[in-house]
Design a protein around this ligand. Sequence first.
Ligand SMILES: Nc1nc2c(c(=O)[nH]1)N[C@H]1C(S)=C(S)[C@@H](COP(=O)(O)O)O[C@H]1N2
Ligand SMILES: [Mo]
Length: 315
Amino acid sequence: MPIRPLTPADLPSSEITPESLYLNRREWLAAAGLAVGAIAGASALIPRAAGAQQPLGTPYGLRPDDKATPWDDVTSYNNFYEFGTSKDEPAEMAKGFKPRPWTVKVDGLVKKPGDYALDDLLKAGKVEDRIYRHRCVEAWSMVIPWRGIMLADVLKRAEPTPGAKYVEFTTLYDPNRMPGQRSPVLRWPYTEGLRLDEAMHPLTLLASGVYGRDLPNQNGAPLRLVTPWKYGFKGIKSIVRIRLTDKQPSTAWNDSAPSEYGFYCNVNPTVDHPRWSQAKERRIGEFLRRPTLMFNGYAEQVASLYSGMDLRKNY
Ligand SMILES: Nc1nc2c(c(=O)[nH]1)N[C@H]1C(S)=C(S)[C@@H](COP(=O)(O)O)O[C@H]1N2
Ligand SMILES: [Mo]
């Protein structure tokens, strides 16, 4: 049983294909000769299946030429300003960060507010492995195998009141543990927000892991948001609070540079950032730039959330 995470390198190179990404757990169990009836114990069985390959997760919105970005890139090329502003700093500066024990407050316009230990929060949903495209506003991208639960399940358990229209997320504020917070590069703590319907969308995850392992600190341990049709900065890391509100929450990037970063942050190749084009992206590990897709390739699932809205104004 490997103690390091499984990576695409664990698959024979001939297997790093769309087919291998498209195997779902049930198909994989069948391929590995395991009874589908054993599905409840599947995760316990996976490491012991001799010679079998563990799936990275169920692919969402991937194209045939999308391959999971290697573990080494996912965990060494990061944006996490609480641990430095250059891409290689978070892996180094977050090394000593202790993401457990961890408590998340769910409050605001809900019938059942509460403070949850991480593991209890995760009990609201079903932990799943899902591979999503990831597009940073800086025009680079990755394909990341996340592990997490649907945010909708956490919100449903809290029972939003009829007045709840938005969800605000807050990162831990502790300059002793997050030294980047000692410099005023952003308004701290980092906050983000979603409209309630975006937050309830089945693609929206609260992620507790990547590559089948708990999140490394630099990726936002122990819990971060994932909204794959939005620019990466929506994916707020190290969340300590989820608050339901009736007004659109202010967000750290919008506060810092309102003309550059809006509330919606939907990936849109036709709306450029004031300082650069969003038409193309550099996939980490690749040389040629790829065209950026509307809603990062999730238009079919999410476009209806924005019907009638001017996406140039609501950037
Ligand atoms: N708290 C916090 N969350 C954050 C950031 C940050 O600086 N602080 N950076 C964002 C940006 S710009 C991106 S692209 C993603 C990067 O996530 P990754 O390092 O796991 O790829 O995290 C987002 N979440
Ligand atoms: Mo980003």
